[in-house]
Ligand binder design. Structure first.
Ligand SMILES: C[S@@+](CC[C@H](N)C(=O)[O-])C[C@H]1O[C@@H](n2cnc3c(N)ncnc32)[C@H](O)[C@@H]1O
Length: 98
C-alpha cells in the first residue's frame, strides 16, 4: 500500500486516477485552500487530513508519493502569461512551495 500526499488537491483527481488504475493507496494528507473544492473532495472520497495553505505547511507526514497540480493560470494567456518565476508571487509560482 503506498502512502500518498495530494497537493493542490482540488476535488481529488489524482486520488480518483489511482482508484481507477487499481493502485492500492492511502491518502495521508492533502493541501487545498478552497472550501468548496475541499467539501467536494470529502463528498467524493470521504474524510481527509487537509493541511490547508501550502505556504504554511512546515511538516508533512511520511509518504511514498506526492502529487501536485499547481494553479497554472499564470502560464497561459488567460493569466496574461504572468509566469511562475520563483518569488514572483503569482498563483502559478506556488509550484515552488512543492
Ligand atoms: C489546478 S487546480 C487543482 C485541480 C485538482 N487536480 C482537482 O482534481 O480538482 C489548483 C488547486 O490549487 C488550490 N490552491 C490554490 N492556492 C493554494 C494554496 N496556497 N495552498 C493549497 N492549495 C491551493 C486551488 O484551490 C485549486 O483547487
Amino acid at each position: 500500500m503506498i502512502r500518498v500526499i495530494e497537493l493542490f488537491a482540488g476535488i481529488g483527481s489524482q486520488h480518483e486516477a489511482l482508484k481507477r488504475a487499481n493502485i492500492e493507496h492511502e491518502i495521508v494528507a492533502i493541501s487545498e485552500i478552497d472550501k468548496y473544492a475541499s467539501r467536494a473532495y470529502e463528498l467524493l472520497h470521504g474524510k481527509v487530513n487537509n493541511l490547508g495553505d501550502i505556504r504554511k505547511i512546515d511538516k508533512l507526514p511520511r509518504a511514498d508519493l506526492w502529487t501536485y497540480s499547481f494553479p497554472c493560470t499564470d502560464i497561459s494567456l488567460a493569466g496574461r502569461l504572468k509566469g511562475f518565476e520563483k518569488g514572483s508571487n503569482t498563483n502559478s509560482s506556488l509550484l515552488w512551495a512543492v
